[in-house]
Ligand binder design. Structure first.
Ligand code: ADP
Ligand code: MG
Length: 248
């Protein structure tokens, strides 16, 4: 589904600040893969997402998505197939709008926006999804009134409603308290299985990295130093992962 070949990314090339953030990274993601990406700060995880989304151009290498070469395709053209969630819960929702209007924008991919009206059936579907978030009674409330956890959960719901083929989660529970983080993680797993999504999730939570997904990738200094799935992944423990971290 996603094929990264020999991807390199250099920031500030030719200056004293030159930084090789990705060093010839190759990674194949198959349909249905749910991959946790771990690695110390600055190891290139978010840069990898920025490259996949087209937020930054590559310095070298190619990106194929469903067989199509998207290496030089602009970000807005890739956004239709890729749903991305950041750590900051305020990034994915519009604070000046109600919960309902945010959801409509997601459902219509912002194209018809607020002109789109909700019929009763759709309204009921939304309400069902919103019950576990405690948001079912708050459709008319301004999003700015919600807690960080509720906003991140709403962001996740909006992202899924926009029907992406691939989900990119960049430490999307890191700013939440443990209770809300667990609610958002449960929702994430629920949506991934319900909608058969392919997903990449960056996390510093070793327990999540072990429990969640089908595959685990570890990055260090712009390279992939571990890529395990199946039985090999099942054998990993938090202790072993921490040992690996210490050894790099
Ligand atoms: P991670 O997400 O693994 O913590 P990043 O991908 O954000 O790491 O960063 C990898 C390296 O690239 C770091 O040294 C970081 O300072 C650098 N970097 C990332 N984004 C930029 C940018 N927009 N401009 C300059 N340097 C950047
Ligand atoms: Mg990062």
């Amino acid at each position: 589904m996603l094929e990264l070949k020999d991807i390199s990314k250099v920031f500030y090339p030719g200056t004293v600040n030159e930084k090789l953030a990705l060093d010839s990274v190759s990674l194949n993601i198959a349909q249905g893969d749910v991959v946790c990406i771990v690695g110390s700060n600055g190891s290139g995880k978010s840069t990898l997402f920025n490259i996949v989304c087209g937020t930054y151009p590559v310095t070298g290498g190619t990106i194929h998505f469903n067989g199509e070469d998207v290496t030089h395709k602009p970000e807005y053209r890739r956004a239709r197939t890729i749903g991305r969630i950041f750590q900051d819960p305020t990034k994915g929702t519009a604070a000046g709008m109600s919960v309902e209007d945010n959801l409509i924008t997601a459902l219509t991919k912002g194209m018809r926006g607020l002109k789109f009206s909700l019929n009763n059936e759709r309204r009921e579907f939304f309400r069902e999804q919103l019950i576990p978030l405690g948001l079912d009674t708050r459709l008319k409330d301004n999003v700015g009134l919600l807690s960080g956890g509720q906003r991140q959960a709403l962001t996740l719901l909006m992202t899924v409603l926009s029907q992406p083929k691939m989900l990119l989660l960049d430490e999307h529970t890191a700013a939440l308290d443990p209770g809300n983080a667990q609610v958002v993680m449960n929702m994430t797993e629920h949506f991934i299985s319900q909608f058969n999504l392919t997903a990449l999730m960056i996390t510093h939570n070793m327990q999540h990295a072990i429990d969640f997904g089908t595959r685990l990738v570890m990055m260090d200094e712009g390279t992939i130093i571990l890529d395990v799935s199946g039985e090999e992944k099942k054998k990993l423990t938090v202790l072993k992962l921490v040992e690996l971290f210490k050894s790099i």
